[in-house]
Design a protein around this ligand. Structure first.
Ligand SMILES: C[S@@+](CC[C@H](N)C(=O)[O-])C[C@H]1O[C@@H](n2cnc3c(N)ncnc32)[C@H](O)[C@@H]1O
Length: 477
């Protein structure tokens, strides 16, 4: 088992490898541009990926026997979902070039396990109504986890207050109040979310006559490190009269369920600031933070890498960090969705190539922009490639037929695009591993000497749809 610190070093080296780094830097659309020259670092998979697949690896009609599927099977070979009864054998996997297999093996070894962590169950009194099954799972698990965190403290020093940051519709806030009897401050900057939360609060009051030990205050506020500290301060002073006369600071718990982009870092910075202050100087203190991040693509550039100066994460790293190829085969429906998603990527890239080859883009630079204006097309546009191109032309208001033969297919390029996209998705979880370990190391460094323990906890089951399932947890040790 790798130590976390060693793993961060190894993950960094892996992401810095030229063949890997180029997979992040180059977008599939670039492959279709006539002037594109494949980097020499990709020689070990480039040629192979364009050639037709000359063997069938299963008799099941579900599989198209394509190279991208073989690659995916190789990636999940130790955890192939039960419903897939027939999958390629070791000999068939040998059709994949050895260097490519090694790359996938390394990506697999380096990425953090996402298997859900077990912790004591707390029986819930209430049904989690009004939520999607995914949200109900997240709220239930997070409530259980917070309950365990509270149990670490003696009854006298146990926090009775929590702030739910980026609370949205305040599902978690209400659960912490109703299940654990906490006084909760729900913070969110969105009017839509706060109105929704108020409506749900009304609905839950009319359907639930039980006396609530805790309470819930909702505040509309744009959270950053400073505003989080001042909002908490004002709220605690309102709630705990004379709190500043207390010999010990009032403990408060900070939680965030899918704190988008840099919101996660803003919360952690406020946590660090407050934990570093002396007890006698503060009337409240965050005793623990349980933060699940999301939307890496919204992380500010200065927050992308925290502890190292030998690596830069590009927007592509952040996009791909959200990929979960492990989840592609959780059901036949999910696999069908994956097949469609990959087709979309490939056909849109091919269209980019057609645009590049056409006079339209050569003589009218404004038309280049129009491919971005293609926007979303309905799924049925992707049932047939020619129909897709017709629909795309109509949407973009261009006629490409005079410039190139649309019926001509470059199957080598299509296979290559599929393999390249799948390869990038397989590398994505390593980029997410980097982000998580880098945050963990940074928080540990920043909190040194504050008697705080930092860890990553797999809170949610990814099979329930919670792709971002890791909480960064900081609590008094
Ligand atoms: C992904 S949603 C999660 C909502 C909720 N925690 C849940 O799990 O249902 C993120 C929420 O954070 C809010 N948010 C994002 N950045 C924020 C900021 N800087 N200040 C306050 N709210 C923010 C958004 O309005 C949104 O409601």
């Amino acid at each position: 088992m790798l130590l976390m610190a060693d793993r961060l070093d190894q993950v960094t080296s892996f992401l810095r490898r030229p063949d890997v780094n180029l997979c992040f830097q180059i977008h599939p659309n670039q492959l279709t541009i006539p002037t594109f020259n494949p980097p020499a670092e990709w020689n070990y998979w480039w040629q192979w990926s364009g050639e037709p697949m000359n063997a069938s690896f299963t008799s099941n009609v579900l599989w198209s026997q394509s190279k991208w599927q073989l690659l995916w099977f190789y990636y999940v070979r130790d955890s192939t979902p039960d419903w897939i009864r027939e999958h390629p054998d070791e000999d068939t996997f040998k059709l994949i070039p050895i260097q490519l297999r090694k790359l996938i093996d390394e990506a697999r070894t380096l990425q953090l396990s996402r298997a859900v962590d077990t912790f004591g169950r707390q029986s819930t009194r209430r049904k989690f109504t009004g939520m999607s099954p995914k949200k109900a799972h997240e709220v239930e698990r997070m409530t259980q986890y917070v309950s365990n965190v509270l149990a670490e403290d003696s009854p006298e020093s146990r926090p009775q207050h929590a702030a739910d940051i980026g609370a949205g519709q305040a599902y978690l806030s209400r659960s912490l109040r109703d299940e654990l009897g906490l006084h909760v401050l729900a913070l969110d900057f969105s009017q839509v979310q706060s109105h929704g939360a108020a409506r749900r609060e009304q609905a839950s009051k009319s359907s639930d006559n039980e006396t609530q030990a805790g309470s819930l205050d909702y505040e509309m506020i744009a959270v950053d490190s400073n505003s989080l500290i001042s909002a908490t301060e004002h709220w605690i002073q309102r709630r705990v009269h004379g709190c500043c006369l207390n010999p010990c600071p009032t403990p408060i718990l900070w939680v965030a369920l899918h704190a988008c982009g840099s919101l996660t870092l803003d919360i952690l910075r406020a946590f660090i600031l407050r934990r570093r202050q002396n007890d006698q100087d503060v009337c409240w203190r965050p005793s623990a933070a349980v933060i699940v991040g999301c939307c890496y693509n919204m992380v500010r550039s200065e927050d992308r890498v925290l502890t190292r100066d030998d690596i830069v994460l590009s927007p592509n790293h952040l996009q791909l960090a959200a990929q979960t190829p492990d989840q592609w085969g959780t059901s036949p429906l999910k696999f069908d969705e994956t097949v469609l998603a990959i087709r979309k990527i490939v056909w849109r890239a091919l269209l980019e190539g057609i645009m590049a080859r056409s006079e339209v883009t050569q003589t009218d630079p404004a038309a280049k922009l129009e491919i971005r204006r293609l926007g979303r097309l309905n799924n049925d546009a992707y049932t047939d490639r020619d129909q897709f191109i017709r629909r795309a032309q109509t949407r973009m208001g261009v006629d490409l037929s005079s410039q190139c033969s649309l019926s001509e297919r470059d199957e080598n390029l299509e296979r290559r695009l599929e393999v390249f996209h799948v390869l990038r998705c397989i590398l994505g979880p390593v980029a997410e591993t980097f982000i998580l370990l880098d945050r963990e190391r940074w928080l540990n460094e920043q909190l040194e000497g504050t008697n705080t323990n930092v860890q990553l906890v797999n809170l949610f089951d990814q099979n329930s749809g919670s792709a971002r399932n890791v909480a960064i947890v900081a609590m008094t040790s």
